[in-house]
Design a protein around this ligand. Structure first.
Ligand code: ATP
Ligand code: MG
Length: 421
């Protein structure tokens, strides 16, 4: 997506409200953007709530500038100038009962107050009138923002059990905002945590990703445990206190990690355990990580020992790890582990210094290729890999410095190999 200019997005969100008002509808900014603005941060996006129905919203902005993708739920996307992005305009609604613990059975258009009450947490239930610059608060959200509390709107028991994803959202918001979880809301999560399984893995992991990527991730994972959600999400992690503490320490130590890196830190203590199967791998699949993320997790777990022992391990072994394409992720993972487990990051520093040098110094072009072996008359086969590897090792160790000596070395090795047979 093209980059959005926050000032343009804000202007456009205000323009949408003004236009709906002109046509006689009620319209307000709603939800996360109001919360973020009151907290003094730039909202990521703006949502508008209105008394206009989806059909009326499309009439006001024109079919060409609107997308009806969410129309069945009362949401129309209004397209703005390129730098302003797009804004979701939703009709005020009330949710009917939830019989499956995931979605309301139906939605009915309604008024602003009911629309506030169907939202999850008081801090997410605020409206803002950008024309009069007033906050409209039906749910006590402003006070909870001041107190820095995440509190379910209405009866927490009912609200968290009607849509069980809200349990994870409660912990996610408490983590990312650095807020407390209201006691009753926490108790309701504890009582209903075991019901989380009705929610799809994708919706759960979307919230977990945000929690784990945030710098407060340690507290997030602690809250997941305290709330009982960890037993549902990652029961394998509930282990002895020392391992648990070490996992938390590494999560705290890591700096701006990717999903693969945090997942690897989280799963590190399980690697290779549990009836000999690779449980880290299984969990990654259960969480529906992408193949790319799974590759990253595997890479970290596989090469951790080599990197942490970088200063003592044979150079050709280390060199082959330093050239992996995701070396930065691997080093960021190992740095967190080394800091906590080894109490020093000097091995990681050594790796970083090495790869910062000019390529010729630590990753020179190979002296010979398979073609050269063919020209030497060596029949193609598995021996090629072994020979090229042996040449590479000798090159990296400084024993071979030019093509001729490499060819002589390969031929001698090949003959010696034959002699052994
Ligand atoms: P963020 O900035 O993290 O995206 P947000 O508040 O915008 O926070 P969204 O998930 O984008 O969060 O949802 C937008 C709004 O929709 C929320 O502020 C909340 O009012 C409402 N909402 C979202 N999910 C739920 C839910 N499961 N139950 C009730 N209300 C919800
Ligand atoms: Mg949002």
């Amino acid at each position: 997506m093209a980059s959005i200019d926050p000032t343009k997005a804000r202007e456009f969100a205000k323009e949408i409200v003004a236009k709906l008002r002109e046509k006689g509808f009620q319209a307000l900014w709603a939800g996360g953007c109001v919360r973020d603005q009151l907290l003094g941060c730039e909202p990521k996006d703006f949502d508008v709530a209105t008394s206009a129905t989806p059909v009326q919203i499309r009439e006001v902005f024109g079919k060409r500038r609107t997308l009806p993708i969410g129309a069945a739920f009362g949401v129309i996307t209004v397209l703005g100038p390129r730098a302003a992005g797009q804004i979701e305009v939703a009709t005020f609604r009330r949710d009917a009962t939830y019989s499956d613990g995931r979605h309301p059975d139906s939605v009915a258009f309604s008024n602003a107050e009911e629309d506030a009450r169907r939202r999850d947490f008081t801090i997410n239930g605020l409206f803002y009138d950008p024309l009069s610059e007033e906050v409209i608060d039906y749910v006590g959200g402003r006070e909870d923002l001041q107190q820095r509390v995440v509190r379910a709107i209405g009866n927490p028991e009912e609200r968290l059990s009607e849509d069980k994803l809200r349990m994870v959202r409660a912990v996610r918001f408490a983590t990312t905002l650095g807020f407390d979880l209201d006691n009753e809301t926490m108790h309701a999560v504890q009582r209903h945590a075991s019901e989380l399984s009705v929610v799809s893995v994708e919706r759960i992991t979307a919230e977990l990703r945000r929690l784990l990527l945030h710098s407060h991730r340690r507290r997030g994972v602690e809250l997941l445990r305290e709330s009982g959600l960890l037993t549902q999400i990652l029961p394998e992690l509930i282990c002895d206190e020392n391992t648990w503490r070490q996992t938390l320490d590494t999560l705290e130590a890591v700096v701006e990690p990717s999903v693969a890196v945090v997942m690897a830190l989280l799963l590190r203590s399980l690697h290779g355990e549990v009836t000999g199967q690779d449980s880290a791998e299984q969990i990654g699949r259960r969480w529906k990580l992408s193949n790319d993320e799974l590759d990253g997790v595997r890479l970290c777990l596989k090469h951790e020992a080599t990197i942490r022992n970088a200063t003592t391990i044979e150079w050709p072994v280390l060199q082959r790890v330093l050239i992996v394409p995701r070396i930065e992720e691997l080093l960021s993972y190992c740095e967190a582990v080394a800091q906590v487990v080894d109490g020093t990051c000097h091995a990681i520093r050594f790796c970083r210094e090495t790869i910062a040098r000019p390529q010729e110094a630590w990753n020179p072009a190979p002296l010979i290729t398979g073609d050269d072996l063919r020209h030497l008359g060596i029949p193609a086969g598995p021996a090629y890999r072994q020979l090229l590897n042996a040449v590479r090792d000798a090159q990296l160790n400084g024993e071979l410095t030019n093509r001729e000596s490499a060819l002589t070395f390969a031929q001698a090795r090949w003959k010696a190999g034959l002699a052994e047979l």
